[in-house]
Design a protein around this ligand. Structure first.
Ligand SMILES: [Zn+2]
Length: 172
């Protein structure tokens, strides 16, 4: 947990096409401000144009699986090669765009900032785990959703570590 809510957002910022929902959630949990085409109305015929104007107007890197869209965006886009989310994360990491640590300071659903949850929020939430001693809880004001760094967060983190650990970082 290298950042706390309220810190400067991690750079860079992204906008992702609707094929990249899982990658979008990973990037948010890593603290990167990431907009998604999934937030646009389904079947919007101007979706590509919207993505391009968001990328350009808000200085966001466009992430897409669409070769033609990547070509139109030019240097401001990354054509995502794999359909597997871990390989997508790896591609962005190897391009030097992201540090794949889970910071849990941004909501995976809405891209809003998370803050530490209050005791009342944890207690009023029906899905909070009962054993809470070692868990850190976070709250999204926008979604009114509770997150915690527990088994789910740990699984994500282990996946990241397993796929992305560079040889120099291997424990021996
Ligand atoms: Zn949210």
């Amino acid at each position: 947990m290298s950042a706390t809510p309220g810190d400067e957002s991690r750079a860079p910022r992204f906008v992702a096409d609707r094929m990249l929902g899982p990658l979008t959630r990973y990037l948010r949990f890593m603290g990167y401000d990431t907009l998604s085409a999934s937030a646009f109305a389904e079947g919007n015929t101007r979706e590509d144009t919207l993505l391009l104007s968001l990328a350009e107007g808000e200085d966001r890197i466009l992430l897409t699986r669409d070769r033609e869209l990547a070509r139109r965006a030019g240097a401001g886009a990354v054509l995502i090669r794999s359909e597997r989310v871990m390989e997508q994360v790896q591609q962005l990491h190897s391009l030097g765009l992201i540090e794949p640590d889970l910071t849990m300071d941004r909501c995976g659903l809405c891209n809003g900032m998370l803050r530490p949850a209050s005791t009342e929020e944890v207690e009023s939430c029906g899905y909070a785990p009962l054993r809470r001693e070692d868990l850190a809880f976070f709250w999204c004001e926008g979604c009114r959703k509770l997150y915690w760094m527990g088994s789910h967060g740990r699984n994500l983190k282990e996946d990241l570590d397993r796929h992305l650990r560079r040889p120099s970082e291997s424990p021996r």
